[in-house]
Design a protein around this ligand. Structure first.
Ligand code: DMJ
Length: 933
């Protein structure tokens, strides 16, 4: 295929409206061949080093795949901490995440084409035989149509694509007779009933055995689906049609795409996150490039590449233009409202958007790709992994990281486009981090909290389908892969589909689609691949020069979303009221607020909240003033929260046989040694007597020089700390007395002092919930000597310990059992995916009775902060980056209380339109935080 396009590299161009076979071929070349352009910049990586890293990727894959096959197969996924298979129904439900599991050996199918890319042809042959022998697609289980399509249908088609390629080469797979394709077709037919809606958008779930309609199906009542869920089918479905000649699949996927296109918001050209599959109404009207929408855009561009249909490129270009106009705020990509695209819908980004720079490379828009990728890399350098969500000032919003591959994907495509060895170094860091922080004896474990390094008992199939492919290909030279990767396109799950499908069974063409294209002004569309001479204008340091200003973006700078407000402030008139001067009792101030469209709402619990509606402001200048005022108020609140909130800490068990692999998420204390400022504290643990630590210890000899374990309750935390410190302890761990409590299910809090001066407490104190605490208590029972490390973040495993544990398999099994102990109590109850927000660390002073505790909680600093109007005298705002979440939350929580009839100034809107506008906002705000990843 690489020759078919009539030339290599960005220099080749395509005539406007070229015959689509040529377009498909050449568009694919947009991303492949700039490597030769690179001549300077970061030092080139030697062939030896690249090979070494490639081999490391192979070894890591063997570790992940080998453990899955040995300990989990035929289950869908490996649980790497407990070293067993995840069988749906046998583990506590994780909600939507489990909808990917159909009892069809998901990880094996998702890994098929990775085996060939990684040159493991023999293993591929074995794996295909296992799939044909063992996999049943007719299970009575409700699965996600989207996940089943991208992982299973895609996996079977990718496997088939490479099986026929190998067969043609004449050595392997000679026995193969399209069996994977037959399975794919069977699965395709199983998914079709999902499309039985008037809109043509598929139901989000289907029962593999009973479909949708039958009562036994236990599904089919859903009304909504995500845009990506309905818009990420065309590659697999069209490939299935073209491989088999059965056009129905491509037809259905096209119809769903046509419908989404019709429903785009016509003035912004954006789509929302969730849509009603029956009415086509947008259910969630926020719009970004991450969770819920991501691969819809990806599939429009790739459908053009694979199928050569101009209409897909037209649609993609229209959306892309809107994305770059509203969502892209380089280096950030921030969600906006489809109806009000100048209004940010949130001030945090999710990890799924990390694929976008890779897509921009395919589109040929390299500069913003470099910028966003660099920003993401800075976040990774800070946290070792990309947290599931992070704020515009790069704080962790959702702390998990399920080993997602999107950043590796973008790194690979950027390297292909620029040839800049910098991206090889980035890949090397990813490999190092995976080995240091995610590798466990039985595979690789997802991060439960990137801040502390704690694990989740989870290794998703996409880790094998995608991560290892992109990392391997990053370091591979052409001869390291047994086929020409440029003959294929990657699906969103990195499955490979051959580009020759564009000229096969092309019975469905544009005429079958329903959309009107003539209305579009496509004069600015790129119909050609970009030219490297323009991308890198005689400057081999081009990519580096784009990255350079972003080098410290995470550590230092305020993001543009915030700067926008500051800019408007700088250029605007004198502000009528500064947030820090505001007094809720001053009638003049209230009048100014009203003019700015800001309402003051007294909540039942005595708190006061502020809400701004720009449309209620007297003028657009007043609206801007109102926005700035709200911004300042949030800064006040945010700064106070920052001052009063400490991040969680880590208790890491470092002694045999844990060797640092067990990391427990712990709550900090507002007194004693601050572990973020000082070196970590390491020591053996000992239980104090009395266990509650509320009086002078009777066993000082046992805790002397050790980290004392104390039970929560009966007295203040500070009192416990003083008692163990007096007995000579070097640190303390308070263990919750509420049996079964866990950081999985309860928000962490920080231990507050006792209201007196606590400067006398100099040892570090951490808090563990009961489940985490019992891991240490169990370990003491089993191993007697248990050494732990108290720190702000888990440390890499002790190299000396590593040497001890090498390579004895006996030790390995001990390590596993250690992990099992940990996971049995710490990791089994999984976080509800629907509420994965970062737990704010409220503070608790310990108290004598539950009643006292409740009382204390009601005056917690976090609650005081939720009423910024009462803190008007405190803070200076200079140089602070802020988070708008509070503002949005406040809006969502209080809009119903606002008075819709109030309207000031010139722009009087009819009440109906104001109400409609409000309802729209309320819905969007309410939905916003319920993101389904
Ligand atoms: C993968 O399953 C696919 O890439 C999907 O499009 C979204 N992301 C996951 C992995 O993070």
């Amino acid at each position: 295929m690489s020759e078919a396009g009539g030339g290599r590299g960005f220099g080749s161009s395509v005539p406007q409206r070229a015959p689509w076979s040529l377009v498909a071929a050449t568009a694919a070349l947009c991303l492949v061949s700039a490597t030769s352009v690179w001549t300077a910049g970061a030092s080139p990586m030697s062939r030896e080093e690249k090979q070494k890293l490639g081999n490391q990727v192979l070894e890591m894959f063997d570790h992940a795949y080998g453990n899955y096959m040995e300990h989990a197969y035929p289950a869908d996924e490996l649980m790497p901490l407990t070293c067993r298979g995840r069988v749906r129904g046998q583990e506590p439900s994780r909600g939507d995440v489990d909808d990917a599991l159909g009892k069809f050996s998901l990880t094996l199918i998702d890994s098929l084409d990775t085996l060939v890319v990684l040159n493991k042809t023999k293993e591929f042959e074995d794996a295909v035989r296992k799939v044909l022998r063992d996999v049943n697609l007719d299970n009575d289980v409700v699965v996600s149509v989207f996940e089943t399509n991208i992982r299973v249908l895609g996996g079977l088609l990718g496997g088939h694509s490479l099986a026929i390629m190998l067969k043609e080469k004449g050595e392997y797979m000679q026995w193969y007779n399209d069996e994977l394709l037959q399975m794919a077709k069977q699965l395709g037919y199983k998914l079709l009933p999902a499309f039985n809606t008037t809109s043509g958008l598929p139901y989000p779930r289907i029962n593999l055995k009973f479909g949708i309609r039958k009562p036994e199906a236990r599904t089919g009542t859903e009304t909504d689906t995500c845009t990506a869920c309905a818009g990420t089918l065309i590659l697999e479905f069209a490939a299935l049609s073209r491989f088999t000649g059965a056009t129905i699949f491509e037809e259905y996927a096209r119809k769903a795409l046509d419908f989404l296109w019709e429903k785009r918001q016509r003035s912004s050209n954006l789509v929302g996150v969730t849509i009603n599959i029956h009415t086509g109404d947008w259910v969630r009207k926020d719009s970004g490039v991450g969770a819920g929408i991501d691969s819809y855009y990806e599939y429009l561009l790739k459908a053009y590449v694979l199928l050569g249909d101009d209409s897909f490129l037209e649609r993609f270009n229209t959306h892309y233009d809107a994305i770059m106009r509203y969502i892209s705020q380089p280096p950030l990509l921030l969600d906006v409202h489809i109806h009000k695209p100048m209004l940010n819908a949130r001030t945090w980004m999710d990890a799924l958007l990390a694929f976008f720079p890779g897509l921009q490379v395919l589109k040929g828009d390299i500069r913003p790709a470099i910028e966003t990728h660099e920003m993401l890399y800075q976040v990774i350098k800070k946290h070792n992994f990309l947290p599931e969500a992070f704020t515009t000032d790069f704080r962790v919003h959702w702390a998990q990281h399920p080993l997602r591959p999107e950043f590796a994907e973008s790194t690979y495509f950027l390297y292909k486009a620029t040839g800049d060895p910098y991206y090889l170094e980035v890949g090397k860091t990813l490999i190092e981090n995976l080995n240091k922080y995610a590798r466990v004896p039985c595979g690789f474990a997802a991060m439960k909290d990137v801040r502390t390094g704690s694990h989740e008992d989870r290794m998703d199939s996409f880790f094998l389908a995608e991560m290892f492919k992109y990392l391997y290909l990053l370091f591979a030279d052409k001869e390291d892969v047994i086929f020409d990767i440029e003959d294929y396109i990657f699906t969103t799950e990195a499955h490979l589909l051959p580009l020759w499908l564009s000229t096969t069974n092309q019975r469905l063409s544009k005429k079958n689609t329903t959309s009107e294209y003539t209305e579009l002004d496509d004069s600015n569309f790129d119909w050609t691949c970009p030219n490297t001479q323009i991308l890198f204008p005689n400057d081999p340091l081009y990519a580096q020069s784009i990255r350079e200003p972003l080098k410290n973006v995470v550590d230092k700078s305020c993001p543009r979303g915030i700067i926008r407000v500051e800019e408007s402030f700088r250029s605007g008139a004198k502000p009528p009221l500064r947030a820090r001067d505001f007094m809720a009792t001053n009638p003049e101030h209230l009048e100014i607020l009203k003019k700015m469209g800001v309402s003051l709402i007294h909540l039942k619990d005595g708190r006061v909240q502020l809400v701004q509606h720009a449309i209620q402001a007297a003028s657009s200048i007043d609206a801007e003033d109102g926005l700035r005022f709200m911004q300042e108020m949030i800064e006040l609140s945010s700064q106070q929260q920052k001052e009063q909130q400490l991040p969680p800490r880590a208790v890491q068990i470092v002694s045999h046989p844990f060797f640092g692999r067990v990391v427990l998420t712990a709550g900090p204390a507002q007194f004693g040694l601050d572990l973020s400022k000082h070196k970590e504290t390491r020591g053996f643990v000992a239980s104090s007597k009395p266990y509650n630590g509320c009086s002078e210890l009777t066993n000082p000899e046992a805790v002397m020089g050790k980290i004392a374990l104390i039970q929560r309750g009966q007295c203040m935390f500070a009192e416990k700390a003083r008692n163990i410190q007096n007995a000579g302890a070097i640190g303390g761990i308070v263990i919750d007395d509420n049996e079964g409590s866990s950081s999985d299910t309860a928000p962490l809090f920080q231990m507050a002092g006792d209201g007196k001066d606590t400067d006398d407490i100099t040892i570090p104190m951490l808090f563990l919930f009961s489940k985490e605490g019992s891991i240490i208590l169990d370990a003491i029972r089993e191993y007697e000597e248990v050494e732990v490390l108290l720190s702000d973040k888990a440390k890499d495993r002790d190299p000396e310990m590593e040497n001890e544990e090498q390579p004895s398999s006996e030790n390995d099994s001990q390590n596993q059992s250690a992990e099992q102990i940990a996971s049995s109590s710490q990791e089994v109850d999984l976080v509800d995916q629907e509420s994965p927000e970062e737990s704010p660390l409220n503070s608790h002073p310990e108290s004598l009775s539950p009643a006292d505790t409740d009382n204390a909680a009601s005056i917690s600093p976090s609650e005081q902060n939720s009423n910024p109007t009462e803190n008007h005298e405190t803070t200076s705002l200079d140089g602070e980056c802020t988070d708008l979440d509070n503002q949005l939350q406040e809006q969502s929580e209080t809009e119903e209380d606002s008075n819709p009839n109030v309207s000031w100034g010139k722009k009087v809107q009819p009440i109906d339109s104001i109400l409609a506008d409000w309802n729209e906002d309320i819905e969007a705000f309410e939905m916003m935080e319920k993101d389904e990843l």
